[in-house]
Write a protein that binds this ligand. Structure first.
Ligand code: KIV
Length: 256
């Protein structure tokens, strides 16, 4: 059975675990615990301090993905297609093929519903597996607000999810979606939903790794920090600096 079918079969049986990674060493740790590792274009804000993911280029995604690929043996590897790399079917196919061949990833992820329906259909027709992304869309939304308060928004997300399923995506990320809507979407489609700020009712969860370990000093409602890595790093670096200043490091054991 192929890995996408295996993932889809987890729906209603076991929750799907997913995280982002931008480099090899982190990916190799996550690989033992995750079903999906996403090279997210969130790397723009997380690593490069960009104001939005719109500044992330295809080359940046490819270089980080090549690094991540070296750390993954088991998990499905998905790469975000950055802003303005899938404005029409021809452009999307050319860029998705480039991502797939240069990074050897398993699939690409695109943001949007009806607007990208034909584009996604064409990618899948050309044997490029696609993950969808609905709810808050960082590449096009101007403000950071959860989705599903307004009726028109709820109907649109529900319809978009069905459309993406019809187009053939193997799963859909739901970002910052109101709880009852996330539940409804999840019940309404046969492919798994992967939530971020979208309640426990999704078939799986994803977080940005730097948020999970507390490397990112920001606090978001939808994030639970499972470590305070800033504190640990600070302690280690402080000990190192003390040792260097007191000429305790390097000692004879660390010297040739
Ligand atoms: O870019 C990213 O990291 C993402 C996740 C937040 C789902 O798209």
């Amino acid at each position: 059975m192929n890995k996408f079918k295996k993932l889809i079969l987890k729906k209603n049986k076991t929750k799907i675990v997913s995280l982002t990674a931008y480099s090899k060493n982190i990916a190799s740790i996550l690989d033992n615990h995750c079903d999906i590792i996403l090279v997210g274009d969130s790397l723009g804000s997380v690593l490069y301090n960009y104001k939005s993911t719109r500044e992330v280029s295809l080359d940046m995604m490819i270089e980080h993905s090549k690094s991540v690929r070296m750390g993954i043996k088991k998990a499905l590897m998905v790469v975000d297609m950055p802003y303005k790399t899938y404005r029409n079917s021809k452009e999307a196919l050319k860029n998705a093929k480039k991502i797939m061949s240069k990074t050897k990833c398993d699939a690409v992820k695109l943001e949007g519903g009806k607007k990208v329906y034909e584009i996604i259909k064409n990618l899948i027709k050309n044997k490029i597996p696609v993950m969808g992304h609905l709810g808050l869309l960082p590449q096009s939304d101007k403000t950071f607000k959860f989705k599903g308060k307004k009726i028109f928004e709820r109907n649109r997300i529900l319809k978009d999810a069905s459309l993406l399923e019809k187009a053939g995506v193997f799963s859909i990320v739901l970002e910052c979606v109101e709880t009852s809507l996330a539940k409804l979407v999840t019940q309404n489609i046969k492919v798994p939903t992967i939530g971020i700020g979208a309640s426990k009712y999704c078939d799986g969860q994803i977080l940005v790794f730097d948020d999970l370990i507390g490397l990112n000093p920001m606090n978001y409602k939808f994030v639970k920090k499972y470590a305070n890595i800033r504190k640990d790093i600070s302690k280690a670096v402080s000990n190192y600096s003390k040792d260097v200043r007191k000429i305790k490091f390097p000692n004879n054991k660390n010297s040739y």
